[in-house]
Ligand binder design. Structure first.
Ligand SMILES: Nc1nc2c(ncn2[C@@H]2O[C@H](COP(=O)(O)OP(=O)(O)OP(=O)(O)O)[C@@H](O)[C@H]2O)c(=O)[nH]1
Length: 350
């Protein structure tokens, strides 16, 4: 009998740094052959493109599989299990499998899927790694920071602060075998300490926290945890499982759409328009690639809440449409028309 292939599940809220961590992992794979399953919320595959754009030979196209449907937790039978079986049927099986879940996925149904008879004998969860955004937490951007939420609640009694955001964050925390507290470069030591104390209230006892900047975690620390998580499910239940006894769940709480803008505005104009739009419409996450007039390369755009990053990642390829494609994610209902109008206005004015 062949030994089970270890699988690392990487979860964490929108924009916490999952893809950045995977990119670091692939670049430091130390000879391990890694197959990567990517699951994104939003219909344009930005994460896969970011990884493929890194030009590293470990980011081989054939080792990256994108799950077509937005939510790994809802498509276990139709999408995830067949994908795993496809990997297991390969003559050159990988040494390790890494699954990057969408920032809005509940990890619990995915973890349980490792007990399905179709795959149980051949794969095991090496560990669930939850990436947390230290900067967002320090700013109290989800309900994890109770003091900030309370302060906000006092300011506005009408707002419902029992957001799906806070629950999802906790579901991802209790699922973890290891928490990577990322973006530590953006937070001072005292605030970092406070964030860690706060996190400890939401995670299972004994879960390890590893601090990181730009996903720089030693591959040896990350892979090879040997947890067999699928056999140790106690204490990892999601809010939904606790409340509804494992029934299917809704994703109506969040919404996403993608849009295309013709090449037009310059870099700074576009980034300002994006920052303004995010602030006005409470967008949680925006990402994609932009065509900047006169630029040979495409501009990768990554916005997490108010923080907008952009870098030229690779030259446009022949036959590729030089246009700006963005995916926008936020809590439902998202003011799609207003957001589109706000982003397109800048293109028309250019
Ligand atoms: N300053 C700083 N920026 C970071 C760090 N890690 C990631 N980022 C930036 O944060 C943004 C989001 O990072 P991603 O790795 O795409 O996050 P993600 O969790 O994969 O995002 P989703 O898949 O959309 O949920 C990008 O602009 C990254 O460059 C970090 O440690 N420090």
């Amino acid at each position: 009998m062949t030994s089970k292939i270890p699988t690392t599940v990487i979860t964490g809220f929108l924009g916490a740094g999952k893809t950045t961590l995977v990119r670091h992992l692939l670049a430091h794979a130390k000879g391990k052959r890694i197959a990567l399953i990517i699951n994104e919320f939003g219909d344009i595959g930005v994460d896969k493109d970011v990884l493929a754009g890194c030009g590293d030979e470990t980011c081989r196209e054939e080792d990256m599989i994108e799950l077509a449907n937005g939510c790994i937790c809802c498509t276990v039978a139709d999408d995830f299990i067949p994908t795993m079986k496809q990997i297991l049927a390969r003559p050159d099986r990988p040494d390790h499998i890494v699954i990057e879940t969408s920032g809005l996925a509940l990890p619990q149904p995915l973890i349980r899927a490792f007990n399905w008879p179709e795959i149980k004998a051949e794969v095991t969860i090496d560990g669930v790694v939850t990436v947390a955004d230290a900067a967002a937490l320090a700013e109290g951007r989800f309900a994890a920071n109770e003091e900030a939420v309370d302060a906000q609640r006092r300011l506005d009694e009408m707002l419902d602060h029992e957001t799906p955001l806070g629950e999802l964050f906790e579901d991802q925390m209790v699922a973890a075998d290891m928490i990577v507290l990322n973006k530590t470069d953006l937070v001072d030591p005292a605030a970092l300490q406070a964030v860690e104390s706060e996190l400890k209230k939401h995670m299972r006892k004994g879960t390890q926290i590893v601090r990181a900047a730009n996903g720089h975690v030693d591959t040896i620390a990350l892979l090879g945890l040997g947890m067999s998580t699928e056999d140790n499910l106690a204490g990892r239940e999601s809010h939904h499982e606790l409340e509804h006894d494992g029934e299917g769940h809704e994703h109506d709480d969040f919404d996403s759409f993608s849009l295309t803008i013709p090449s037009g505005p310059g870099r700074d104009q576009l980034l300002t328009a994006i920052a303004d739009t995010i602030a006005t419409h409470d967008v949680l996450r925006l990402k994609g690639f932009a065509a900047i007039p006169g630029a040979r390369a495409r501009l990768a755009i990554q916005a997490v809440g108010p923080r907008v990053n952009a870098y030229f990642d690779r030259d446009w390829q022949e036959g590729e449409a030089r246009e700006t494609r963005l995916v926008v994610i936020g809590e439902s209902p998202l003011a799609r028309d207003a957001i589109e109008a706000s982003l397109k206005k800048i293109a028309e004015a250019a």
